[in-house]
Design a protein around this ligand. Structure first.
Ligand SMILES: Cc1cc2nc3c(=O)[nH]c(=O)nc-3n(C[C@H](O)[C@H](O)[C@H](O)COP(=O)(O)OP(=O)(O)OC[C@H]3O[C@@H](n4cnc5c(N)ncnc54)[C@H](O)[C@@H]3O)c2cc1C
Length: 531
C-alpha cells in the first residue's frame, strides 16, 4: 500500500547499510528521529468540511488527508509531525472529461477553489491547500488512466491524463512502444502532472523532455474546453501547447494528453566511467554533450556524490577492489563517476557507446564496464526510498535543481553547496551536500544538489532549518544566473524567485493568461504566480 507519510509502497524498505550510517554520523553527528503521528491521529486533525454534498465528492478525513499534500520536505514535516492545519474539503476521482466539467461547474456553484491532483509527487508545494475562506475541492485524476488511442503510423498515443508512469509504459509495451519518460518519481507520478510541471526524465537525451513528447490534448478550463490538435510541426502563431506546459493547474485540468511514442529499444546499456577529478570529468562530459551522439543518458556525479554512492552501494569488498584498481589507474580521492546510457537498435546504440567511451577515454576517463550501470538501472526508482530510511535515522534529505549555460555550471555547483553549508551553519548544524549534472545539453546542464542534514525532532525547528536552506540556496540559484527550476516546477516554494527570470512584464502576461481561462481565479491559486 502507498505510504501515507513517506515515499512509495510500504512493503518496500531500502535500508541504510552500517557503513552509510557511520558515514553520515561522522559527517553530521548522530540523528534524532522525531516523534511520529499515527494515521488515525492525523485523520482526527482534519477539520470540518465546507462543501455541500455531491455524488462525486468524498469528504471523508482519510480521502482528504491522502490528497492534502505532496512530497516536498515541508509536506513531509507536516505529515510526520501531524501538523496538518489545512486540507481539501472534499476529493473527487472523475472518470471522464464530462465528470471533470461537472466538477468544475459544481466548484463554481459552491464558490470553491479547485486543486488538480495527479500523483502528488510535487516537491515544490504544488498541491497543498492555502488557508482561506473558500472551500477547496481537490480533483484527483488517477482514475483517468486508459490508453484511448494508439496511432502506430503516426507514433502518437492518447491517454487519460491521470495515468501513472508504470501503467502508461505497460499499456504501450503491449504494442511494442515506449514513451521513454522516466523521472525518478516515475512509479507514482502521472502524465498530466509531467506535462503541467514541464518534467524531465532520466533518458531525456534520447526521448526528449515532456515538452518534446507532448503533442496535444484536451484541457477543461472554467471558461470552456481547450482542444489542442496534433501536428508534426506548425507555424500557425502561438503554440498553445506551450501555455499548458508548466501551467501547474492554474488554467484548467488536462484530461487527455497525446504523446509522441517510440518503438521499444532492442538494446539498452549503461556504462560507468571514472575521472580523476571534477575538472576533467566536466570537460569530457561537455564534449560528449556537444558531440551530439545518439545517447540516452549522461549523468555526472561530483566527488562527494561519487563517494556517497559508492558508500551506499554496500558490497564493501567489491567496491574496495574497484577503488584499489581505480587508484592504480589515477582515480583516487576526488574521482567522479559519469554514467553513459544508450538505447535503440543494437548496432546504433553500441556504435554510440563506442564513440562516447572513446571521447571519455580521451578526456582521461577510466571505463569500468556495465556492472555499475546495470545496478544503477536496477535501483533507479529504488534509491528514492532512502528518504524514508534516512528519516527513520533522524536525517532529512532535500534537493535543489537548476540549469545554467556551461560557463556557469561549475560556479553554480559550488554556489549551491556553499549556500547550503552557510544556511545550516546559521542553525548550528552541518550539511552533507553533493551534486550531479543530470540533464546535459550542448549549451549547458542541469545542476542537481542533494542536501542531507539532521532533524531536530521538533517541528518548528525543522521547518526553520528547511526555510533557511531553501531560501539561501534559491537565492544562490538566482544570483548565479540559473533558472529557479529545471524540472520540478514552481509551486509555492519557488514562486518568490520566478520574477527574477520572467520580469514584471512577463509575470503580468502569465497572470493575464490564467485569468483568460479562469476569470474567477478558482484554479490552484497561490501556486506559480500570485493571483
Ligand atoms: C522522489 C522524487 C523524485 C522526482 N524526480 C523527478 C524527476 O526526475 N524529474 C522531474 O521532472 N520531476 C521529478 N520529481 C517531481 C515530480 O515528480 C514532478 O513534478 C511530476 O511531474 C509531478 O507529477 P504528479 O502527477 O505527481 O503531479 P502532482 O504532484 O499531483 O501535481 C503537480 C502539479 O500539477 C498539477 N496537475 C497534476 N495533474 C494535472 C492535470 N491533469 N491537469 C492540470 N493540472 C494537473 C497540480 O495541480 C500541481 O500543480 C520528483 C519528485 C519526487 C518526490
Amino acid at each position: 500500500m502507498k505510504r501515507w507519510n513517506g515515499w512509495g509502497d510500504d512493503a518496500i524498505e531500502f535500508a541504510l547499510n552500517a557503513d552509510a550510517l557511520a558515514f553520515l554520523g561522522e559527517r553530521l553527528g548522530p540523528g534524532t528521529p522525531g516523534a511520529e503521528t499515527s494515521h488515525a491521529d492525523a485523520c482526527a486533525r482534519i477539520g470540518g468540511r465546507r462543501l455541500p454534498p455531491h455524488p462525486l465528492v468524498d469528504t471523508s478525513a482519510a480521502a482528504r488527508l491522502a490528497n492534502a499534500l505532496g512530497q516536498s520536505l515541508p509536506d513531509w514535516l507536516r505529515l510526520r509531525y501531524g501538523k496538518i492545519d489545512t486540507a481539501p474539503d472534499g476529493v473527487a476521482w472523475p472518470e471522464s472529461g464530462e465528470e471533470v466539467r461537472e466538477l468544475l461547474d459544481f466548484a463554481a456553484r459552491s464558490g470553491a477553489i479547485v486543486i488538480p491532483y495527479g500523483g502528488g509527487t510535487s516537491v515544490a508545494g504544488h498541491v497543498g491547500v492555502e488557508a482561506g475562506a473558500a472551500p477547496v475541492l481537490t480533483i484527483n485524476l488517477t482514475r483517468m488512466r486508459a490508453m484511448i488511442d494508439l496511432d502506430k503510423e503516426a507514433q502518437l498515443a492518447t491517454f487519460g491524463a491521470g495515468v501513472l508512469g508504470p501503467d502508461l509504459e505497460a499499456q504501450l509495451r503491449a504494442f511494442g512502444y515506449t514513451l521513454g519518460h522516466f523521472p525518478q518519481s516515475f512509479e507514482y507520478s502521472t502524465l498530466g502532472g509531467w506535462v503541467v510541471t514541464r518534467s524531465s526524465g532520466q533518458q531525456s537525451l534520447r526521448y526528449g523532455r515532456i515538452e518534446q513528447l507532448f503533442a496535444g490534448g484536451r484541457v477543461e478550463t472554467p471558461a470552456g474546453t481547450l482542444d489542442l490538435p496534433t501536428f508534426p510541426a506548425s507555424a500557425a502563431g502561438t503554440d498553445l501547447r506551450e501555455i499548458v506546459l508548466g501551467s501547474e493547474g492554474r488554467l484548467g485540468i488536462l484530461t487527455e494528453a497525446t504523446v509522441r511514442v517510440s518503438r521499444l529499444p532492442q538494446y539498452e546499456a549503461f556504462h560507468a566511467v571514472f575521472f580523476p577529478d571534477w575538472e576533467s570529468a566536466a570537460a569530457a562530459t561537455r564534449e560528449l554533450a556537444q558531440a551530439k551522439l545518439p545517447l540516452s543518458m549522461l549523468r555526472l556525479s561530483n566527488p562527494l556524490e561519487t563517494l556517497t554512492m559508492l558508500t551506499l552501494a554496500g558490497h564493501k569488498r567489491l567496491i574496495g577492489a574497484l577503488e584499489t584498481w581505480l587508484r592504480w589507474r589515477g582515480c583516487a580521492v576526488g574521482k567522479c563517476m559519469l554514467m553513459i546510457g544508450a538505447s535503440g537498435t543494437a548496432a546504433n546504440a553500441k556504435h554510440a557507446l563506442r564513440a562516447a567511451l572513446s571521447v571519455a577515454r580521451g578526456g582521461g576517463g577510466v571505463h569500468v564496464g556495465r556492472t555499475m550501470g546495470d545496478k544503477w538501472k536496477q535501483n533507479r526508482f529504488r534509491n528514492v526510498y532512502l528518504r524514508n530510511a534516512a528519516w527513520e535515522q533522524g536525517y532529512a534529505i532535500d534537493t535543489v535543481e537548476t540549469a545554467v549555460d556551461w560557463p556557469g555550471v561549475t560556479p553554480m555547483m559550488h554556489a549551491l553547496e556553499d549556500a547550503a553549508t552557510q544556511a545550516m551553519a546559521s542553525c548550528g548544524e552541518r550539511v552533507h551536500a553533493y551534486t550531479h549534472l543530470s540533464h546535459l545539453y550542448a549549451q549547458g546542464a542541469s545542476v542537481y544538489s542533494t542536501f542531507v542534514y539532521r532533524l531536530s525532532g521538533n517541528y518548528e525547528e525543522d521547518l526553520q532549518r528547511w526555510r533557511r536552506l531553501k531560501s539561501t540556496v534559491s537565492e544562490a540559484v538566482v544570483v548565479n544566473g540559473g533558472t529557479i527550476s529545471h524540472q520540478h516546477g514552481v509551486g509555492t516554494d519557488h514562486a518568490p524567485y520566478l520574477a527574477s527570470e520572467k520580469g514584471l512584464l512577463g509575470m503580468g502576461a502569465m497572470r493575464t493568461l490564467f485569468r483568460h481561462f479562469d476569470p474567477d481565479g478558482r484554479m490552484n491559486p497561490g501556486k506559480l504566480v500570485s493571483p
